[in-house]
Structure formats: C-alpha cells, structure tokens
Write a protein that binds this ligand. Structure first.
Ligand code: CUA
Length: 343
C-alpha cells in the first residue's frame, strides 16, 4: 500500500496538479518527448523484472513451504549451477544495455549546443522569485513570459542573480539548474503553439513555490511580429487617459524605474515591464486584473514573502497605486499575446 501511495504521489507530481501544460506526461516538445520515451522504456523493463521476480518469489514460497509430515525435507540444492548463474548474469546485463544506450544517446543529444550560433539565443536570469529574459542581439528584454517560435530550437543561457534556481517547463524539456557562478545552457523546442507553464524546481527561499513562469510558443510568423512590436516600443510613450497619465508620472516620480524597466533597458533589479499589460498573471501567480496589481504594489509581501519589492516600495496611497496600475495595464505592445497562443 505504501508503494501504491508513493506511486500516486509521483503521478500527481508529474502531472503538475492541474495547471495546463504543466505535466511531464503529455510531452509537447522534443526534450520532453525524449524524456517521456525513456520513462516509458525504463518503466516497461523494470515492470517485467518486477513481474518475473514476484512470480519466482511467490512460487518458491508456496512450493517449498513447511508441510506437515515433511518438516525436515530439504529440496534439491542448486548452488554453483553454471547454467542458472550465466542466465541471471546475462539477462540483467542485456536489460541494462537496453536502458543505457538510449539514455546515453539522449543525454548527449539534449546537452548538445553546437547549433546554438545560428539559432535564437535567450539569456535567462533566475531571481528571487521571478525570471528575466534577454533576447541576444534582438534588443528585447522581458520578464516572466518567454515568447518563442514553434518548431525551432531555442537556446537558453542560464544564470542566477542570487541563489540556485532550477528552470523547469515539464511539457517541453527537462530541468536545468540555474546557478550564480556558472552559465548552464539548454535548448527547448515546442511542437505546437500554446502556453506552457514553468516552475522553479530548486528550493530557493520562502516564495520558491510561487516562482512560476510561462513559455508562450507562437507560429514563426507571429513570433516575427512579436519581435517587431517589442523592438518598436517607445518607453517614453505617453499613456492614454487622465488616470493612466497621472499613473505614468507617479511611476517616474517614485523612481520605479530604478529597479524596473520598460523597453530594452538592461536594468533588471526587478522585472521588466515592457509587456506587462499582455500578461495573464500578476507577479506570476494572481489573476491579471487591476485589483491584483494594486494589491501587489501596496503589499507585495502578502503575495510573495521575501521578495525584493517589499522593502523598496515607495510610500503610495491606494489611489496612487490604482493610477499606476492603470498605466501598467496599458503596456501591451503586441497583439501576439498569451490569448492568441491559447491560454
Ligand atoms: Cu527559484 Cu525555487
């Protein structure tokens, strides 16, 4: 029973407890498919071993149990039987080879970054408790939502600005540690358009479990459009409507830009807000509406304990926060959004 509940727990972990495309069991990209095939292969091989061992075990238990009138009976001893010993040495070797060969091939294949030069490269930075994305050579910086084109390998060069995190989008690829000292590189490839949820998979502080992000895979045409739109952003563009305009002024007056950025500025103390209005979550976890933006601005500690915004946030009234929220919601530079990708 214990083994059964453990298996159940494992299945729950692998299926990601409900969030769409947060499961390693429905692969939607090359890396995840490769891992999934290996999971199935090893599970089948191990199940056969388990079955054979169980049958032998139960047979021996039943056949050679103590019987009435035969208390001192000792069955035929097979110690030193060359044929038997050869069989139970060769079979495990063959089984291990069946598992090891594809695993080794996959390991080298998934770690292969030779083709990276000609492809899209994104610098990924893990921060307590959000993700930053810098599209190399494209003058695009974003946070939380990583837009990629379908059908192409996208290389991720990953580092952390503080502690060790782990980048995991289960339906697209395996995990990769994100370390402060060294850069790790992996690639992802999405077969279909869609929104793929990701999680930080390394305990990194009180809000580790809230360090969610998304990969938004769109068609190559839509991706080009998105790149164009993002590159065309004017960080100083004046907001529309009175409250949003006031919000924009407050945003500048209160020095929000000393930590955040709009456009391609490399500032990344806090998340880049270029496409804030296009996101589907506030702070990666709350529904994307004005109420929650205000809640986040006024009391970030209640949403994500231990985050940097908590101690740095300027004195604001609810009304001021509401105006800033109006402004931030207008930051939606592209029609290529999560919705168009199917979230
Ligand atoms: Cu970052 Cu857990």
């Amino acid at each position: 029973f214990r083994a059964l509940s453990l298996l159940g727990l494992l299945a729950l972990v692998l299926t990601g407890c409900g969030r769409e495309n947060l499961t390693a069991l429905k692969p939607k990209g090359y890396g995840a498919q490769t891992s999934y095939d290996l999971i199935i292969l090893t599970t089948v091989v191990m199940s056969i071993v388990l079955l054979v061992v169980a049958i032998v075990y139960i047979t021996v238990l039943v056949r050679f149990r103590k019987k009435k009138g035969k208390e001192n009976f000792i069955p035929k001893q097979v110690e030193g039987n060359k044929v038997l010993e050869t069989i139970w040495t060769v079979i495990p070797i063959v089984l291990l080879i069946i598992i090891a060969v594809p695993t080794t091939i996959a390991t080298f294949d998934l770690a292969d970054t030779k083709g990276a030069k000609d492809k899209l490269n994104v610098e990924v930075t893990g921060n307590q408790y959000w993700w930053h994305f810098n599209y190399k050579g494209q003058e695009i910086q974003t946070s939380q939502d990583l837009y990629i084109p379908t059908g192409e390998k996208v290389y991720l060069n990953m580092k952390s600005s503080d502690v060790i995190h782990s980048f995991w989008v289960p339906s697209l690829a395996g995990k990769m540690d994100v370390n402060p000292e060294n850069e790790n590189t992996m690639y992802i490839k999405a077969d279909e358009e869609g929104v793929y949820w990701g999680k930080c998979a390394e305990l990194c502080g009180p809000s580790h479990s809230l360090m969610d992000f998304k990969i938004v895979a769109v068609s190559p045409d839509e991706f080009d459009q998105w790149v164009n739109d993002m590159q065309g952003v004017d960080p100083k563009a004046v907001a529309e409507g009175d409250t949003a305009k006031e919000g924009q002024e407050l945003f500048n007056e209160k020095n929000c830009m000393s930590c955040h950025a709009i456009g391609s500025s490399p500032v990344q103390v806090g998340p880049n807000l270029t496409d804030f209005g296009n996101r589907s979550k506030v702070a990666g976890i709350m529904d994307h509406n004005k109420e929650n933006v205000v809640k986040w601005i006024m009391d970030p500690e209640s949403v994500k304990p231990g985050n940097k915004m908590t101690n740095n946030y300027p004195e604001l009234s609810d009304e001021e926060a509401s105006k800033i929220a109006d402004y931030l919601m207008q930051l939606n530079p592209s029609e290529v959004t999560l919705e168009s990708a199917g979230d």
